[in-house]
Design a protein around this ligand. Structure first.
Ligand SMILES: *Cc1c(COP(=O)(O)O)cnc(C)c1O
Length: 423
């Protein structure tokens, strides 16, 4: 069977909170927040109004030699949220572009301060950082990377800090930190930065790790004079239970990349936050080789900034974190029903990300060619839910406006999908 027979395209014409409505009037609960971008549901009145108002005021202006209030306000709001010492904001337009910016800035910083040999990056096994060539070079998911291997940079790959089936495992985190320490001991002079996804390696299959790992990575980066780049494109903006994932380890990265949920899922916008030392190493009125030349046409687009500001206003006016904490417990309770299922392993949750893995009758992962997760996807559609497993990993990343009842139903849909997938 061809994929298009398995996977009919569903034309969506409207959105209402966590629900998508198709041309034929069918409703689908967006259980994956439309690839992790949507925070407060679709067509949110407050965010939609802010974008509309901005469109009537200023839709776009060049962000070189010119500036505009939404870009300035958003930078100030982000700096306030993230906290010292990340006081500088560089805008880009997609998550991948933010990763490119952080990689280039780290490399170029070391060059500007007289350490030009620091040119390589360390990433984690299973890392996902996007799919433009630089970002794809850092991505270690073979499905995305393998075909383009000949075009890519060659990062150093450190072991992932996660346990079997992606569960949090303090021993695994400890071992991974020790392995990273050994790699830095050997390579630090040629390494610009360690790049990682704090707390949850999402595209790898929602593989979760202990915040203690991040704290250890931070101290290793300090010891070996290497930057720490936190890719919070998927996990930022309250997804993991705190506004930013790195906060759970009580550490700060040197570069923080955010995207996806930054605009509440409305428009493409990303940014890289960094500190004064990096800013100062580039600041120069005349010598352009010292300056950071990286420009995207839509950098700091006012409509996107207005959406991001409105999304931050929702955070400021509603108890989002507290509500998410309650919804997280609802997910735990619902998922507990699957704990003894012979075809389910690794039930896990960090904030508003929950997942489990499908296994065969012997408890082993299915070969990816069997595409068991796809059957869960197909089943969920028949019940009006959008779940889009990653290989054998079935996961839930709902918009924050979901109700407890909707989440219980969503997990029950997935459980019925498991029965369809394993027989
Ligand atoms: C999605 C994602 C990216 C890439 O973002 P795009 O906007 O799709 O380019 C980078 N890193 C992580 C962790 C992501 O989940």
């Amino acid at each position: 069977m061809h994929d298009h027979e398995w996977l009919p395209l569903i034309p969506i014409v409207r959105g209402e909170g966590p629900w998508l409505v198709s041309a034929d009037g069918a409703r689908y609960f967006d259980g994956v927040s439309s690839w992790w971008v949507n925070l407060f549901g679709h067509a949110h009145p407050r965010i939609s109004a802010a974008v509309a108002q901005q469109a009537h005021t200023l839709e776009h202006v060049i962000l070189a030699g010119f500036t505009h209030p939404p870009a300035v306000d958003l930078a100030e709001r982000l700096v306030e949220l993230v906290g010292a010492p990340l006081t500088r904001v560089f805008y880009a337009d997609s998550g991948s572009a933010a990763i490119e910016v952080a990689l280039k800035m780290s490399f170029h910083y070391w060059r500007n301060v007289g350490l030009p040999r620091k040119q390589r990056f360390i990433v984690l096994e299973g890392a996902y950082h996007g799919e433009t060539l630089g970002a794809l070079s850092m991505t270690q998911v073979p499905l995305y990377r393998e075909t383009y291997g000949a075009l890519l940079l060659d990062p150093i790959v450190a072991p992932a800090p996660t346990g079997a089936f992606g569960v949090i495992d303090a021993g695994a985190s400890q071992a991974a930190a020790a392995a990273l320490g050994a790699l830095l001991e050997t390579h630090a002079e040629s390494v610009a930065a360690v790049l990682l996804e704090p707390l949850v390696q999402c595209a790898a299959g929602m593989r979760m790790h202990d915040p203690a790992y991040l704290a250890q990575v931070r101290s290793l980066c300090d010891r070996y004079n290497v930057h720490l780049i936190a890719d919070e494109i998927a996990v930022g903006f309250a997804r993991t239970g705190t506004m930013f994932a790195h906060q759970q380890a009580g550490v700060m990265p040197d570069f923080l990349c955010v995207g996806k949920g930054l605009t509440g899922g409305y428009l493409p916008l990303s940014c890289v936050l960094t500190g004064e030392a990096v800013y100062a190493a580039f600041y120069d009125e005349y010598r352009t080789l010292k300056a950071f030349l990286h420009s995207h046409s839509y950098t700091g687009n006012p409509l996107a900034c207005a959406a991001a500001l409105a999304s931050l206003d929702v955070f400021a006016s509603e108890p989002v974190l507290a509500r998410n904490a309650e919804l997280g417990l609802v997910l735990d309770t619902a998922l507990a029903a699957l704990a003894d299922h012979p075809h389910v392993r690794g039930i896990r949750r960090t904030g508003m990300i929950a997942a489990f893995d499908l296994v065969d009758a012997h408890g082993a992962p299915y070969a990816w060619q069997e595409r068991r997760g796809l059957r869960v996807y197909q089943h969920a559609l028949t019940e009006g839910a959008l779940l889009r497993p990653l290989g054998n990993t079935v996961y839930f990343m709902p918009p924050y406006v979901a109700s407890a009842e909707e989440l219980r139903w969503l997990v029950a849909v997935a459980a019925r999908g498991v029965e369809r997938a394993v027989t």
